[in-house]
Structures are given as structure tokens and as C-alpha cells.
Design a protein around this ligand. Sequence first.
Ligand code: ATP
Length: 300
Amino acid sequence: MAINMKNKSITLRGYAKINLFLDVISKRADGYHNIDGVMQTVSLYDTVTVSVSEGEDEILLSCSDTSLPTDRRNLAYRAAESFREAFGITGHSIEISIDKNIPVAAGMAGGSTDCAAVLSALGQIFDIDKTELFTVAEKLGADVPFCLYKGTARTAGIGERLTPVTPMPDCFIVIGRMGEGVSTPVAFSRLDEVLSVCEEEVRHADLSRMTSALEKDVHALAPTLYNSFGEVIFPIHEGADKVRRALEESGALRVLLSGSGPSVFALYETEEGAQAGYDALRAIGADRFITRPVRRCDEE
Ligand code: ATP
């Protein structure tokens, strides 16, 4: 593709997600799992800057979290590589800088959102239609399409099939994290053992009840949320269980694991309520964040 451009730089927010509903319903023959659920963007974000200049075909990545790789092992790097291949970009150097705030390996799609932010920034720089980016996103990871989409969405397949649903009612969401990260593949294999997940689809909770509650308020929504991983992660992850108890005792409307953990989130109607949850997490020494739901339209 011939692009007439000298230097261009774009800074975007890569938002974290939580899972309002995550039902692991079957295991596919290829080892992946089919899920049925609803994801929600929250106002905790990494800041991702992408700068493009004419020159060598190189990708340079820097990250404020120095424990993360800066080569192909970083999903944001792979996003730039895949974008270049998909749209035939040559003769450009791509520089990526990530200011990391989202906890790593915490069930909040931190890597996927950086990846989506790079695709989005490059899409704007090279004037690629957003719909074309989804094809690239899908190949980079199950959560990447949602991170590109943002807001509230039903997620099916391995997480990549998205359909719009009513945006989440406004509320305060406190997120806590403590202890070791959870490896998503390990969490799935534990789930296979405990819930005997097999090829036949088994529904563990009522998704239509949950999506109807999205049209009401946070009080109606709270009891309808669900996460299959809760059953297998809380009994084996001391940090996640401690965070859960602290948030429950603080008066949250509902407390749930996000993804395969160990992040745990709690819903509150008021800011004072959320502050009580935050203080309870401070008392036990957990990483903690007060967030709000982010709507798709806020970000477009
Ligand atoms: P998900 O909720 O999508 O399962 P997660 O929040 O549990 O993801 P990540 O924070 O994305 O997990 O990290 C998972 C692994 O990905 C880590 O081991 C980390 O080294 C690697 N990784 C690669 N690139 C990144 C990135 N840009 N940010 C965070 N982790 C990254």
C-alpha cells in the first residue's frame, strides 16, 4: 500500500474488561472451549501510543512494566506485525509505547486490549476501515475483537463472536487483585475436571435473564451475573478468595470473579459504597481500582 506520510502518532486508551456473565458450555475437539457470555469495558486503562515514520520495516516496543516482553511475545508487537502483513504495509517503522495500569494475567484482557489499541491506532493512521480490523483481531486472540468493539457485548464461540446488547446500567465497579496470576489454560483444564466439560453443550446459568436485566438497574442486574470459573478458582486461590470476602463484607450488591481470575469485581450503586469496598481492599493489602462501566458510544 502506498501511503504518502512522514510521521504520524496516535495515543489511545486500551480499556480493561470484566465478564458480567461467563458460562463455559462445551469443549471443542480442537481443545478450545465454547463460551456464552457478556463482556463489559471498564474505565481502567493502559495508555498506548503508536508512532509511524517512513523508513526501515521495524517494530520497536517499550513498556512501563519492565517485566513484560518487548518482542513478538508481546501481543501489541504481534498486532503491528499482523497489521503490516494483512494490509501490505512496507517502508515504515512502527514505534509502540505502553503505559501499563491493568494488572497482568489477571482476567482483565490487559494484553488483548493493548493489541486492539495498536490495531485501532494503525487503522486510523493508514485509513483502514474498522470493520476490516476485526478479521485481523480474531486471529490474534479470543478477547481481541471485544477489546476493539468495546462497551457491552454478548460473546459466543471462543469469545470472538460478538453481538450487541443493551449497555450496562451505570454503577461503580471495584476491582481487587491479590496473589499469583492465573494461567488461562490451567484454569480451563481445572474447569474440565470439576465441571466435566465435554463436547455436549451444558448451560449452567440463565443468560437471557441476565441480558433482560441489563435494561433495568444495577439492583436487578446484580443477582443475574455468573462466572463458571468461580467454582474452581476461589477454592484454590487464597488471594482471590480473600478479596471476595472483603468485598462481600463491604456491602457490595454482587461479587464475582473476572474471566479466569484472579481479579474479582464488585458492584455498588453509590460512590460511598464503592469507597467502602476500596478501603476494605486496602486493609488486606490487595491491588485495587474504582471503575465505572464504559459505553461503546463514549469511545467512538
Ligand atoms: P484474558 O483476560 O484475556 O485471559 P489476562 O488479563 O488474564 O487475559 P494478560 O494480562 O493479557 O492476561 O496476560 C497474559 C499473558 O500475556 C502474560 O503472561 C503476559 O506476559 C503476556 N502478554 C503479552 N503481551 C502483553 C501485554 N501487552 N500486556 C500484558 N500481558 C501481555
